[in-house]
Ligand binder design. Structure first.
Ligand SMILES: [Zn+2]
Length: 267
């Protein structure tokens, strides 16, 4: 088996404030370690389930958070940002048997994480894809669905785990914390790591054919920006329509065009 792990930091155990997600701040060091430990636990759980090949993308901020030598031998790590529109799942293709999300967080507009946002916090008020208010998980998970790759597992805040279950109850989730207003209510970091290890091992031994996100013939996006200026600018991307001063729509049959549009309008 070959799996892909995409990792973020705002959904790891304990992280609560933007200073803890910013590599220029002293508060960050502890959460870089926790992110690394949660990803390492997912890799070890995968290996225990018989996975032979693991690709990890460090998908937060600079893309340079995870300490590579803390990961098990043989794991491949993507660092930095290539500029490819697939963003947080660069290099994901149909040769992978499953995708796993670690450290993922609730979407912009959610009350379930003090750092809730979608892609770029200062830009996006909400993103809607067909019937769903989309998180970063959903944006990238739907791309995986178009490639035929199921989502085996997600660890993050409780609000996002509820979102995952509401879309596909067969996907295994581990809630490492719960957001309450501007606070988080957390598991002990070691317990989070143990649950991720075990959760990934069990998930990869379950029937992954039931773990696909939905695929559609056509995708209708509604993207509301925080500022009208950003929506006006984005409305000139081919296919985007300004429907309200802060909101654009975009329709396509090809999901890659969703990723390409997001790449160019959320810069
Ligand atoms: Zn992040």
């Amino acid at each position: 088996m070959k799996i892909y792990i995409s990792a973020d930091i705002e959904g790891v155990c304990g992280s609560t404030h933007w200073n803890e997600a910013d590599n220029n701040k002293t508060d960050y060091a502890e959460f870089k370690k926790q992110m690394t430990a949660e990803v390492a636990a997912a890799c070890k759980g995968a290996m225990a389930a018989g996975v032979k090949e693991i690709v990890v993308q460090d998908a937060h901020g600079t893309g340079r958070n995870i300490t590579a030598k803390e990961l098990p031998d043989g794991v491949k790590l993507i660092r930095g940002w290539s500029g490819h529109p697939n963003a947080m799942v660069q290099e994901l293709d149909n040769t992978f048997d499953a995708v796993i999300f670690i450290g993922y967080h609730s979407r912009a507009g959610s009350g379930a994480n003090p750092m809730a946002h979608t892609m770029r916090g200062s830009y996006v008020d909400y993103l809607k894809i067909n019937d769903y208010y989309a998180s970063e998980f959903l944006l990238h998970g739907m791309l995986a669905a178009t490639l035929g790759v199921p989502v085996a597992f997600l660890a993050g805040d409780e609000g996002l785990c509820d979102e995952v279950k509401s879309i596909n109850k067969n996907i295994t989730t581990v809630a490492v914390k719960k957001g309450v207003g501007d606070s988080t209510f957390n598991l002990h970091p070691k317990e989070a790591i143990e649950k991720i290890w075990q959760g990934v091992e069990n998930a990869l031994q379950s029937d992954l054919s039931k773990c696909h996100l939905p695929k559609y013939d056509e995708y209708s996006l509604e993207l509301r920006f925080k500022k009208q200026q950003l929506a006006f600018d984005a409305s000139f991307y081919p296919g985007c329509k300004l429907i309200e001063p802060q909101t654009i729509t975009f329709n396509t049959k090809d999901y890659f065009e969703v990723m390409r549009m997001m790449h160019f309008v959320i810069k």
